[in-house]
Write a protein that binds this ligand. Structure first.
Ligand SMILES: *[C@@H]1O[C@H](CO)[C@@H](O)[C@H](O)[C@H]1NC(C)=O
Ligand SMILES: *[C@@H]1O[C@H](CO)[C@@H](O)[C@H](O)[C@H]1NC(C)=O
Ligand SMILES: *[C@@H]1O[C@H](CO)[C@@H](O)[C@H](O)[C@H]1NC(C)=O
Length: 359
């Protein structure tokens, strides 16, 4: 059985390589052609997909990959431009041991607190994707006996410095800037972390205060978890792109009942079709099932290239190699630098020593 799985993986990875090669060729051809954008609009109990907002938020999901923490903190990094101008970072958390990175800050548009999570950098992207096949539903979500999630995704948010520091930053930001709403974003593994964070914050601050937008995230829980998630975080958009392989993982097996992974709603599927000289870019707002068969599930998701770019924005590390980060020695843009349990924390406010019992 183990041998069979291995073979399937190898075949699949081969297909992935072929698929990403052909996608790049198609993209190159598409560059010369005329472009047309068609958007399908749906409404979701007062919350609907906002194309403009997606274009803004994807830039935060890209910027959080920056390894030069000084330029990230001062918002002068190459990816800290465009729609995100005027963003003020409050805190950057780098969990060196677990290779995680996130920031919290305040944005002018949308006027809100934005929390962004970086995707994995620990191994190569294709190693990480291969690992995704074998993730087990091995933890019960607290307080939800039927809701199962994967231990690794869950504890990456709950059992690291990230959660404690993020809650503290939100508390400080709301005291300093007023009760701003919260946007949580993330790409890939960062989308999984963002989802757990948004769920946590929705329960804590109220579901109308929190919006979640993820790009190319994997599945993180079973059908019961997806239902619970939808109730708690109704302001959720899960963007998928063309043949991106990651939203297809870990696999969904409808006949396994509660013992399969299942996406939560609402998916927005970006896909391009080429007809003669015209490239049509569709942004399809999918149904509220989480597993709309007419969206990304309608294609074989085999592309890594489609995983690394959303809305023409690059979503991967800015440096090759594993888990790097750089802090400029002489620069004092961040007021406070700390090291806590193997994490580097840069923040605008001093560490508050008292425990946050109310959290
Ligand atoms: C969509 O988001 C943009 C950017 O935040 C905002 O200016 C605009 O008002 C939003 N549109 C709707 C219909 O909410
Ligand atoms: C949380 O992390 C600690 C220390 O790394 C570990 O001993 C513990 O088993 C983890 N708990 C969960 C639920 O992952
Ligand atoms: C894109 O959208 C248009 C208009 O809704 C539709 O006719 C076309 O079939 C769509 N293309 C694809 C590839 O789904």
């Amino acid at each position: 059985m183990a041998w069979l799985r291995r073979t399937e993986t190898l075949v699949l990875l081969l297909v992935v390589l072929l698929a990403s090669a052909s996608t790049s060729a198609a993209a190159a051809a598409a560059g010369e052609e005329e472009e047309r954008v068609i958007r399908l609009k749906h409404s979701d109990g007062g919350y609907s997909y906002n194309h403009t907002l997606a274009h803004i938020l994807v830039e935060y999901a890209s910027a959080v990959y920056t390894s030069d923490l000084t330029s990230l903190f001062s918002w002068t990094c190459p990816r800290c431009k465009g729609h995100t101008k005027g963003f003020e970072v409050i805190e950057i958390i780098v969990d060196v041991e677990n290779c995680l990175q996130a920031f919290v800050g305040v944005a002018p548009d949308p006027r809100s607190i934005i929390i962004a999570f970086r995707g994995t950098q620990q191994h190569s992207v294709s190693n990480w994707i291969e690992d995704l096949f074998w993730k087990q539903l091995d933890v019960t979500y607290p307080g939800m006996p039927d809701a199962m999630v994967h231990h690794g995704f869950y504890s990456a948010y709950y059992n690291t410095t990230l959660r404690y520091e993020i809650l503290k930053s939100i508390k400080w930001a709301r005291k300093t800037y007023g009760n701003l709403p919260i946007n949580v974003v993330g790409h890939s593994m960062g989308g999984a972390l963002a989802s757990f964070c948004a769920l946590d914050l929705s329960v804590k601050f109220g579901s109308q205060e929190v919006e979640l937008m993820t790009f190319g995230q994997p599945r993180i829980g079973n059908p019961a978890f997806a239902v619970y998630f939808g109730e708690q975080v109704p302001r959720t958009i899960r963007v998928t792109h063309q043949n991106d392989i990651v939203p297809h993982l870990p696999p969904y097996y409808y006949y396994l009942g509660e013992w399969t992974y299942h996406h939560f709603a609402r998916e927005v599927w970006l896909h391009e079709s080429i007809d003669g000289n015209v490239v049509t870019r569709n942004e399809t707002v999918c149904d509220d099932s989480g597993e709309d068969p007419t969206c990304s599930r309608s294609v074989y998701g085999m592309s890594v290239a489609d995983h690394l770019e959303y809305y023409d924005v690059t979503l991967h590390a800015d440096s090759r190699g594993t888990c790097q980060f750089v802090i400029g020695a002489a620069n004092q843009v961040y007021n406070y630098v700390r090291e806590v349990d193997g994490s580097i924390i840069l923040s605008r406010y001093p560490q508050e020593p008292q425990a946050l019992e109310s959290m």
